[in-house]
Design a protein around this ligand. Structure first.
Ligand SMILES: NC(=O)c1ccc[n+]([C@@H]2O[C@H](COP(=O)([O-])OP(=O)(O)OC[C@H]3O[C@@H](n4cnc5c(N)ncnc54)[C@H](OP(=O)(O)O)[C@@H]3O)[C@@H](O)[C@H]2O)c1
Length: 402
């Protein structure tokens, strides 16, 4: 089996490395490259049963990445760095002829824009080079896209309504913390909410629309409409969708802190002058708050993420819910992680298996729903993420007739 190379050794990358390290039959050598090589070395110590090769890399430097790819000749690069690195890493993979995957769409650092256009532009050149890129293969995006593809393949003739629902009901005992990279997370949440309806992208003020949603094992929680990047690819690839929305729960305490940060300008992404030094407030805030990876030992409780769907099957209306529920404690027992990093970090390892074994082999740049969801979802429970389908589910979102 060939080598793989993971770029990024943070909260999510550490989970992906943990899952790759559990499969030496498939991944006998794993290169882990990150800006800070000591994080990579810690992963080597944490998984002594695996052959992990730590490397220092600035992934913004395309030539440096090409040199590392030429040195190690991996079959696949897994990008678990930040969305800013998507384009330089795709460029390096293209030039070195290496397959690529990531878990978040590219964002220009100065504009929190969530759109796949930058990465979709690489489709033809990847196709011509005979290499494959899989975009957004975390949980959401990622498994949520696969859930929709699975529903379309096995349960519907047409899907009309999609609501993705995401609830973290866990407690970590800190007044405020994010569950993955704070800068990336708060850029997303503080954006206007956006959703698709009848072919149009509709915008509402940030966190201004909410609805009660009932989550398995958790109960009813208030969920807020936010924009999430998988909506863009799903409405493109399932044009029968009349409406597609994304909902995430936040506790009152979380929102109270977040609104205070927003009100005083601490979530700003433009540099301000502080005594002659440029300071980006959101990066400063990130330095003050806990590193998401450090929350894991104390985190307790459920996380539930799923898709609620409505459409028709054999001429009759049908509703469906596909979801995963896991506990933070399970993620800690398996990989020393909390469940948000775990749900994001397990799917890239499963996708890596499919790509290096040729189960997913299709030159070009693809979103997850364009690939066969069956082999991915079949392997997910054994990798730590169980999931369930409920047909004729009483949806939380029946506000328009079928
Ligand atoms: N799809 C999903 O379900 C989902 C869910 C959560 C997160 N995510 C995505 O997962 C990714 C990782 O999130 P995270 O919480 O693990 O972030 P994190 O803890 O901040 O880790 C990011 C890692 O990337 C490294 N890095 C950053 N810039 C780099 C560069 N220029 N060159 C090389 N390495 C660089 C960092 O190195 P340093 O340690 O030196 O800073 C760090 O090791 C993000 O893109 C996030 O959007 C996806």
């Amino acid at each position: 089996m060939p080598k793989v190379m993971v770029v990024g050794a943070g909260a999510v990358g550490a989970v992906t490395v943990c899952k790759l390290a559990q499969r030496p039959d498939l991944f006998p050598e794993i290169v882990v490259a990150s800006r800070n090589v000591t994080k990579c070395q810690k992963l080597t110590e944490k998984h002594p049963q695996a052959r992990i090769i730590p490397e220092a890399l600035n992934a913004d430097d395309v030539q440096a990445t090409i040199a590392l790819l030429q040195k190690h000749k991996p079959a696949l690069l897994l990008n678990l760095a930040l969305p800013y690195q998507d384009l330089p890493l795709m460029e390096a993979c293209l030039q070195a002829g290496v397959d690529y995957l990531d878990t978040a769409s590219y964002e220009p650092p100065d504009r929190p824009l969530y759109e796949y256009s930058y990465q979709w532009k690489y489709h033809e050149s990847f196709e011509k080079a005979g290499i494959m890129a899989v975009l957004g293969i975390g949980f959401d995006p990622g498994i949520t896209n696969a859930f929709v593809a699975y529903a379309a393949k096995h349960y519907f003739d047409e899907i009309h309504y999609l609501d993705i629902v995401d609830c973290n009901a866990g407690q970590h005992g800190r007044p405020f913390a994010t569950n993955f990279n704070l800068e990336i997370n708060l850029r997303e949440i503080t954006q206007p909410g956006r959703y698709y309806e009848n072919g149009k992208l509709i915008e509402v003020p940030p966190l201004s629309v909410s609805q009660d949603v009932k989550f398995p094992e958790i109960g009813v929680r208030k969920a807020y409409l936010i924009f999430h990047e998988e909506l863009e690819s799903l409405v493109k690839h399932f044009p029968t969708l009349r409406r597609a929305r994304f909902w995430m729960t936040f506790s009152d305490s979380y929102l109270m802190h977040l609104r205070a940060f927003m009100n005083v300008g601490l979530t700003r992404i433009d540099p301000i002058d502080y005594e002659g030094h440029p300071v980006v407030p959101i990066k400063f805030l990130q330095k003050l708050l806990p590193d998401p990876a450090t929350l894991a030992p104390d985190y307790k409780g459920w996380v539930s993420i799923g898709v609620q769907l409505r459409g028709v099957y054999q001429g009759k209306p049908r509703t469906l819910f596909i979801y995963t529920n896991i506990r933070h404690e399970w993620a800690y027992a398996d990989c020393g992680s909390q469940a948000i990093a775990y749900t994001a970090g397990v799917p890239p390892a499963v996708a890596a298996e499919l790509m290096v074994t040729g189960v997913w082999k299709k030159p070009g740049v693809w979103n997850v729903e364009q690939l066969d969801p069956d082999p991915l979802l079949e392997r997910l429970p054994a990798a730590g993420l169980p999931w369930k389908v409920v047909v004729d589910y009483p949806l939380d979102f029946i506000d328009v007739p079928e």
